[in-house]
Write a protein that binds this ligand. Structure first.
Ligand SMILES: [Zn+2]
Ligand SMILES: [Zn+2]
Ligand SMILES: [Zn+2]
Length: 118
């Protein structure tokens, strides 16, 4: 016998991505409550971080959540370190510095501060 049953997937209300596991397989879950539990658990559905529920937005993926937190509170920078851009690889060291946000992984370099694009 073949029968169609309904299952639940979690979709980010911000970017529209569908929750997937570590191997990028879309997670199809038993029901909405099960899907909710899976994406909001510690580590999230794919080990990269939990999804969150935001008022006025809905259910958002880890990426969108961290970007929104950073947009509101500012980035949470790791200490500056030497820039690892292509310049450095070509000339054996770039004199500029770079900073990575520990939350959303945005990278800022002093190239940008000086008007550059890297
Ligand atoms: Zn998203
Ligand atoms: Zn950030
Ligand atoms: Zn550089």
């Amino acid at each position: 016998m073949l029968r169609t049953v309904s299952r639940a997937v979690a979709i980010c209300d911000d970017c529209g991505t569908t929750a997937s596991d570590e191997e990028a397989n879309i997670l199809v879950l038993f029901d909405a409550a099960d899907a909710f539990k899976t994406v909001t658990k510690v580590g999230g559905p794919d080990g990269l971080g939990p999804w969150a529920v935001l008022p006025a937005v809905g259910l958002v993926c880890h990426d969108c959540h961290t970007k929104r937190v950073c947009a509101e509170l500012g980035h949470d920078w790791y200490p500056e370190r030497p820039c690892l851009c292509v310049d450095g690889r070509l000339r054996g060291g770039c004199p500029e510095r770079s900073q990575v946000c520990s939350r959303c992984h945005t990278v800022h370099t002093t190239h940008q501060r000086n008007g550059g694009v890297r």
